[in-house]
Design a protein around this ligand. Structure first.
Ligand SMILES: Cc1cc2nc3c(=O)[nH]c(=O)nc-3n(C[C@H](O)[C@H](O)[C@H](O)COP(=O)(O)O)c2cc1C
Length: 347
């Protein structure tokens, strides 16, 4: 794809995601089906609850992640620089949107280094699509350059077959993807996390990925931003509109992928429609090690700036602390499906 087309697409994605027009229409994340099992006789000291945890080898302050979004255009780079400030201030991991633009073109190197500096000690997670993993399978050295520039904690690979199918000139030949991913995992010097972009990673997909050596799964399920929706809006003729709500709800993905912990060790990230601190708390109780969010953070950033995103993340942390306090948990230990009740069982 020509560079100008790629830039145009990125800017259109940003503009559409500033609105709520790209939300799922008739499907939700599933978090609303759960409540917390309130424990009136809690004996926890709320102020002593620590939310710190390790993101691979880095100790971070909160179990939240700024999802991979954008990069490679003036506007996108400014978004990343401001999000990096947020990541540094609250000390949480931050994803970078697809770094495809920087693989061959070294003119972006300084910008990537500036984002690294702006993020301070916060982990950065550069991202690339499955199609590029196939394309570069004979030589992954451009990825290593990006890793070095960003001091990345892990590399994130997104899988988005339906988005690609609905996108004009999208990549739709994924022949050899799993084998290429296996090669990538064994070549690249950092852990590899695989995510969707809003259609969900099922247990069936996760098993194949974990067998290939992937270290983390971000389910990026349905219920938040619909990337089918984004592409349908970009198609002049609304092509593909019956696939607007394609995908598996986030809560379902978390519950079923988490069960694979009996056979594999991996980091599980819950994203896709995490819109509030309570959603994030439910994602964690359903088995996620981290809860991640994209469009909500972008919208707050665009409307009110980095300080407002920092404020929102602090608010989510306070909600999570209160939920732990009110379910009798002193921290992450025991904060699992046993503190959840299914709403339909309440009546
Ligand atoms: C403006 C924007 C750009 C995005 N670009 C990427 C990307 O380059 N790579 C990627 O893996 N995901 C990308 N995503 C998808 C998000 O990482 C996330 O998986 C998805 O939006 C679902 O999360 P949400 O419901 O919190 O928005 C993007 C999301 C937004 C809002």
């Amino acid at each position: 794809m020509k560079e100008d087309d790629l830039k145009k697409r990125k800017n259109e994605h940003l503009a559409l995601c500033e609105t709520n027009d790209v939300a799922f229409r008739k499907k939700s994340s599933g978090f609303e089906h759960y409540d917390f099992d309130h424990l009136a006789i809690t004996e926890v000291n709320r102020d002593a609850i620590s939310l710190q945890k390790y993101f691979f080898s880095t100790l971070v302050e909160l179990p939240f992640v700024i999802s991979c979004m954008t990069g490679g255009t003036t506007e996108a780079d400014s978004v990343n620089l401001r999000l990096a400030e947020v990541a540094k201030a609250v000390m949480i991991p931050m994803g970078l949107g697809s770094v495809r633009y920087a693989l061959e073109d070294t003119s972006h190197d300084r910008l990537l280094q500036s984002i690294r500096n702006a993020a301070g000690g916060a982990p950065l997670l550069p991202n690339i699509g499955g199609a590029q993993i196939i394309q570069y399978r004979k030589d992954f050295s451009p990825f290593q350059r990006v890793l070095d520039l960003t001091g990345a904690a892990c590399f994130v690979v997104h899988l988005n077959p339906v988005q690609e199918a609905l996108q004009k000139n999208g990549d739709t030949d994924f022949t050899g993807l799993l084998q290429a991913l296996e090669q990538f995992v064994s070549t690249i010097r950092v852990p590899v996390v695989v995510k969707e972009v809003g259609a969900g990673i099922s247990a069936r997909a996760a098993r194949r990925l974990l067998e290939a050596g992937v270290a983390g799964i971000d389910v990026a399920g349905a219920g938040g931003t619909s990337w089918s929706g984004v592409e349908i809006l970009r198609n002049e003729d609304n092509r593909g509109s019956e696939l607007w709500d394609w995908g598996l709800p986030t809560a379902y993905c978390l519950r079923t992928v988490h069960e694979l912990h009996t056979q594999f060790q991996f980091m599980l990230i819950g994203s896709g429609g995490v819109h509030t601190g309570l959603d994030a708390a439910k994602a964690l109780a359903l088995g996620a090690d981290f809860a991640a969010s994209a469009r909500v953070f972008l919208q707050v950033l665009m409307k009110s700036g980095p300080e407002a995103v920092i404020g929102l993340i602090h608010e989510w942390a306070e909600v999570l602390r209160t939920v732990m306090f009110a379910t009798g948990c002193t921290g992450y230990s025991g904060f699992d499906k046993n503190v959840l009740v299914v709403r339909k069982d309440l009546f």
